[in-house]
Design a protein around this ligand. Structure first.
Ligand code: SF4
Ligand code: F3S
Ligand code: FES
Length: 267
């Protein structure tokens, strides 16, 4: 069976892609097939007072992702099933959902890794208003992101060419540049679930990305914002965020670095 590695990020766990002819290869070709039940938490605000669970049984390839199984359900069983997706390769961050109780990107999660002998539980991420089925309103998440000024702030004369930076200085914030704003971290944080005011780890990660950038002059401004009562001090070092991040970002470590910068007033 020919497989290829995703070209998107060599640091990612490998994403196995299938060519079109492989997807149509008949049974008996040696490709593992699984018959699985996805138990999906459904909610239609026009019909339902409360969300409810529904089971769907599909046959997928051993290399299929949960996203592929959801697309199969939508295409072949129930077209009203609603979820977000775009790239299907772990890049756009639009398909974060809870799979067997853990925040994951559906397009990076193999069905066969989800204990397929039992129904696979699929539900919307927690802590954001549920709109329909697996879709939540992301606006509070992006509002917190905007609040931390996630862009380069500079003062003084503009350079005539690029703003130079040493490799050492670039390395300081390399990890947090990988964020794809999927919200898996923020919506796995128990503080965020219970306190809607907390900025949440994703906003802090994106503040970190600029606070520790030697070309940026807005660190003080951002640190003051994160020093507020809904800022970094709400974090209880639970590590759910680090565990949930599909990009492997050391989210809790980034939060700790921001706390330290606030304590010592030094970046
Ligand atoms: Fe997603 Fe990781 Fe960014 Fe959080 S830090 S939004 S989990 S990519
Ligand atoms: Fe929440 Fe992560 Fe802190 S899960 S409590 S932001 S370490
Ligand atoms: Fe883009 Fe999963 S669909 S990250």
């Amino acid at each position: 069976m020919a497989t290829q590695l995703s070209p998107y990020d060599q640091n990612d766990p490998p994403i196995l892609l299938q060519s079109e002819d492989e997807q149509t290869t008949p049974a008996g070709d040696g490709i593992e097939r699984l018959t699985v039940t996805l138990r999906v938490r459904r909610f239609n605000p026009e019909l339902d007072a409360e969300p409810h669970w529904e089971d769907y049984t599909v046959t997928v390839l051993g290399t299929d992702r949960v996203l592929g199984a959801l697309e199969q359900i939508k295409g072949e069983i129930d077209g009203s099933l609603t979820f977000r997706r775009s790239c299907a390769h772990g890049v756009c961050g639009s398909d974060a959902m809870r799979i067997n109780g853990r925040n994951r990107l559906a397009c990076k999660t193999l069905v066969k890794d989800c204990n397929p002998g039992s129904p696979i539980l699929v539900e919307a991420i927690k802590g954001l208003p549920l709109e329909k089925d697996l879709v939540v309103n992301m606006e509070p998440f992006f509002a917190a992101y905007r609040d931390v000024l996630p862009f380069l702030i500079t003062s003084g004369q503009e350079p005539t060419r690029e703003r130079l930076q040493s490799q050492h200085d670039r390395d300081r914030f390399d990890d947090t540049t990988k964020c794809i704003l999927c919200a898996a971290c923020t919506t796995s944080c128990p503080v965020y679930w219970t306190d809607g005011q907390y900025f949440g780890p994703a906003a802090i990660v994106n503040a970190h990305r600029f606070i520790f950038d030697s070309r940026d002059d807005g660190a003080h401004q951002r640190l003051e914002i994160l020093n507020e009562k809904e800022g970094v001090w709400r974090c209880r070092t639970t590590f759910n965020c680090t565990e949930a991040c599909p990009r492997g970002i050391e989210v809790t470590k980034a939060i700790q670095e921001v706390k330290r910068a606030l304590l010592f007033r030094r970046v």
